[in-house]
Ligand binder design. Structure first.
Ligand SMILES: Cc1cc2nc3c(=O)[nH]c(=O)nc-3n(C[C@H](O)[C@H](O)[C@H](O)COP(=O)(O)OP(=O)(O)OC[C@H]3O[C@@H](n4cnc5c(N)ncnc54)[C@H](O)[C@@H]3O)c2cc1C
Length: 427
């Protein structure tokens, strides 16, 4: 790692990698990540990525996104995301992503909750791994992109309201200032702050705490999505998601008597509420999800990883229902970002789950987040590449000694975010 780059990107998820790949090769880019390059929530995505299926689908796709978001969405960003989706899908295929196709040719599409029709591209039940793994391989091939693993952003460095780099702890534990003409925060959500979450535990909203401390505008930190169906477990750690496309393909929820009790395809927040209410009424720790209506062949073809994982936990989904429970899944709020991913601090961008451009409103529609991450990561890259002003490297004075107690620093970040989530809770 050098001491200075044109662009430093924090995060090797779909947003960070796609931003890096969309920057011109003349720019020296460093992408840092807290853990291994594959340890991001983007790799965990199961269900898929939404795509507009022709102009005839536009009104329905727009309405589905708005309805799931309780009409609090930013209509401009929703429009932009939907209209960019065909280009993004084509670009991913160009980069080498293998979406599942129909036997006769063309993409196959699956459906998830709150979608009025199938419009989700997928690769078995491991779409995130297929997309993000491909992006990672392409980024590793590029001479202008350095990927620094086990390198943690501790803070941003700024002078006035201009960002000039990041303070980090590198893989040897050395605390350094990495100077940058532009910084892109693509640090994912906040799941690591919760006891029950589908997210990686190291994804703890660090960028949000840093933004709050620097007075950078954030929005709706209380808009936290709870996924209705994760595999029930008494073992601590990450919760295993049972993808919504399982319900989209026919799985049903049952109470302790084996009876269906709700519409399985309603938006996530409403379904999570229905599941929690049923659990409270029954005094149970979970409800049952029955995959058998999907049929053996489709389960094995479309959901091989879910099938194998459940088998490893002692449940054969071909023969019996599995216990499921809601868990924290996604953050709709985040660092306020405009259509180009610009934040309220100059030369500081945010994209992916860390950012909030209003596209999801109060509740995200299933499979809109990979797409949103990619669309706005590309727009941030375009803004950096094409804007008319010359890069500045403000000389940032940083007392690196302040960051020696990293445990204390991250515990205070955690408190800052949890306090803000509670303070801004309007529900
Ligand atoms: C189990 C699961 C299933 C999902 N299924 C789907 C789906 O089917 N479709 C869909 O659209 N979405 C899905 N999502 C949501 C989607 O995967 C994420 O919202 C999206 O991928 C976020 O991408 P990102 O690049 O913003 O962040 P992430 O992929 O979470 O990446 C964050 C990166 O930031 C790094 N980082 C964080 N803090 C620091 C720091 N301080 N210093 C250095 N690095 C840092 C992390 O190490 C990581 O590399 C799913 C999510 C989960 C958890």
């Amino acid at each position: 790692m050098n001491q200075s780059y044109d662009v430093v990107i924090v995060g090797t998820g779909a947003a960070g990698l796609y931003c890096a790949l969309n920057l011109p090769e003349r720019l020296a880019v460093c992408v840092i990540t807290k853990q291994g390059a594959e340890d991001s929530d983007s790799f965990l995505a199961q269900g898929g990525m939404c795509m507009l299926r022709g102009e005839g689908d536009y009104a329905d796709y727009f309405e589905d996104t708005m309805r799931a978001g309780h009409y609090e969405n930013n209509q401009k960003t929703v429009d932009l995301m939907i209209r960019s989706s065909n280009y993004i899908a084509r670009d991913l295929v160009r980069l080498g992503v293998n979406f599942t196709g129909k036997p006769g040719g063309g993409f196959d599409y699956t459906r998830e909750g709150a979608h009025s029709r199938p419009r989700i591209l997928f690769h078995e039940d491991a779409t995130g791994q297929e997309i993000t793994g491909t992006l990672l391989r392409r980024a590793q091939e590029r001479d202008n992109i350095t990927i620094a693993e086990h390198t943690t952003m501790l803070d941003i460095a700024s002078e006035g309201n201009v960002c000039g780099g990041v303070v980090l702890s590198d893989e040897d534990g050395e605390i350094r200032l990495l100077e940058a003409g532009d910084v892109v925060l693509a640090c994912g959500g906040v799941g690591g702050l919760y006891q029950n979450s589908t997210n990686f535990p190291h994804i703890t909203g660090d960028a949000l705490a840093i933004a709050l401390r620097h007075g950078i505008a954030v929005e709706h930190l209380d808009y936290v999505q709870i996924h209705p169906t994760t595999l029930f477990s008494r073992t601590p750690g990450r919760r295993f998601l049972i993808s919504e496309s399982v319900r989209g393909e026919g799985a049903v929820l049952r109470d302790q008597n084996g009876d269906r009790f709700t519409d399985e395809l309603q938006p996530r927040d409403l379904l999570s509420r229905a599941v929690k209410e049923k659990m409270a009424l029954e005094g149970s720790e979970f409800v049952w999800e029955d995959l058998r209506p999907i049929g053996k062949q489709k389960i094995l073809e479309h959901f091989p990883n879910i099938y194998e994982h459940c088998l490893g936990e002692g449940f054969d989904v071909l023969r019996e229902p599995i216990p499921v429970v809601p868990a924290q899944h996604y953050l709709m709020g985040g660092i306020r970002a405009d259509l180009a991913g610009r934040t309220s601090m100059d030369r500081l961008y945010a994209c992916g789950e860390t950012s909030c451009n209003g596209v999801h409103g109060r509740n995200r529609l299933a499979s809109n987040s990979l797409l949103e991450s990619l669309v706005f990561a590309q727009r941030a890259a375009d803004d950096i590449a094409f804007r008319h002003d010359a890069p500045v490297h403000p000389a940032c004075q940083v007392d690196l000694g302040r960051y020696a107690d990293q445990e204390g620093l991250f515990s205070s970040y955690r408190e800052t975010i949890l306090h803000e989530i509670e303070r801004s809770d309007t529900k």
